[in-house]
Design a protein around this ligand. Structure first.
Ligand code: DHB
Length: 311
């Protein structure tokens, strides 16, 4: 049997599949379910300093080719997730988990990251620079000046392994500019991609989610080509110490295979996990293993980043 084992920032994971932040990770019950599934690890719902109720419902809708959401950062607040992770560290010291975070302001982000730095947390931290759903707040990662400033400030005091969640970029010059910024910092990973922001889905004559008159982040089959392009663009441009987590449009083992071929070291499942539940991890893993057997690959290193070009 081939191995789908992987490593991020020197930590080992038995499987390269995990949830995408926002899906099946709001409560301890959901996190425990992912933990007990075939997933290699989990990431928590992006936490803010204080708990938030988020936007009014309906705020997430599965649709035939994917999903649309404008959740508005509902979460239980940093302490809920951090306390759970600290407890888990005692009970399962051999496993590593991801904590996702963002402040409602740069000051908040620093308060949160200082708390994590000063805590006993030994896992991986993901700073979310790409939430598209809070009315009046632009995505940080589309503002390169602010992104560079925040990362400069963060790395002055944050010494634990840190990565960032990115929105999709759509222009080669933006890939170049973003990579030039990220390469200045001791980031351990970038996670590509968050949802494609502010799409609109209509049924009959009406939108399907309430917030922002129906505008919301798009996930699922719609986004795979954009996700693969972002994974590969950053794989080509980033220094080797910055690993890539691939997220977007993973329905099957073939989709996970393509993310790894583009350079991903870990692959996250969002919309499909929402539609299918945690059984998706076992199914997708089996499908990935079957592809690896058919191609004679024993582990992910045999094909990671080895995307073929024409000519
Ligand atoms: C939310 C959506 C995102 O895509 C994200 O990165 C963080 C939060 C949300 O609406 O809750």
């Amino acid at each position: 049997m081939p191995s789908t084992q992987t490593q991020i920032a020197g930590f080992s994971f038995d499987n390269c599949l995990m949830n995408a932040a926002g899906v099946h990770c709001m409560t301890i019950a959901e996190l425990d379910e992912v933990k007990g599934s075939a997933a290699g690890t989990f990431v928590t719902k992006t936490a803010t300093l204080e708990a938030r109720a988020g936007n009014p419902e309906p705020r997430y809708q599965d649709v035939p080719l994917g999903s649309i959401n404008s959740m508005g950062l509902p979460n239980q607040g940093l302490d809920y997730y951090l306390d759970y992770l600290l407890d888990l560290q005692e009970k399962e010291p051999n496993r590593t988990f991801f904590l996702s975070l963002v402040g409602m302001s740069p000051e908040d982000t620093h308060t949160i990251l200082h708390k994590v730095e000063e805590s006993g947390f030994k896992g991986l931290t993901e700073l979310n620079l790409s939430c598209p759903n809070v009315p009046g707040k632009p995505q940080i990662a589309y503002d390169f000046e602010t992104t560079e400033r925040i990362l400069t400030e963060v790395f002055a005091y944050f010494k634990k392994p840190l990565g960032i969640k990115l929105p999709p970029y759509f222009d080669i010059v933006h890939f170049d500019q973003a990579a030039a910024i990220f390469n200045q910092f001791p980031l351990r990973f970038v996670n590509c991609i968050n949802s494609i922001g502010n799409g609109l889905y209509i049924e009959d004559e009406t939108v399907v989610i309430r917030p922002k008159n129906g505008f919301g982040g798009i996930g699922g089959q719609y986004v795979k080509p954009t996700a693969l392009a972002n994974v590969h663009a950053f794989y080509q441009r980033l220094k080797p110490e910055i690993q890539i987590i691939g997220t977007g449009g993973v329905l099957t083992g073939r989709d996970a295979f393509e993310h790894i071929l583009c350079g991903a070291s870990m692959v996250q499942v969002g919309t499909t996990l929402h539609k299918e539940g945690v059984a998706a991890f076992e199914r997708i893993t089996k499908e990935l293993e079957e592809i690896m057997v058919a191609k004679g690959y024993q582990n992910l290193d045999d094909f990671r980043g080895k995307l073929g070009y024409i000519g």
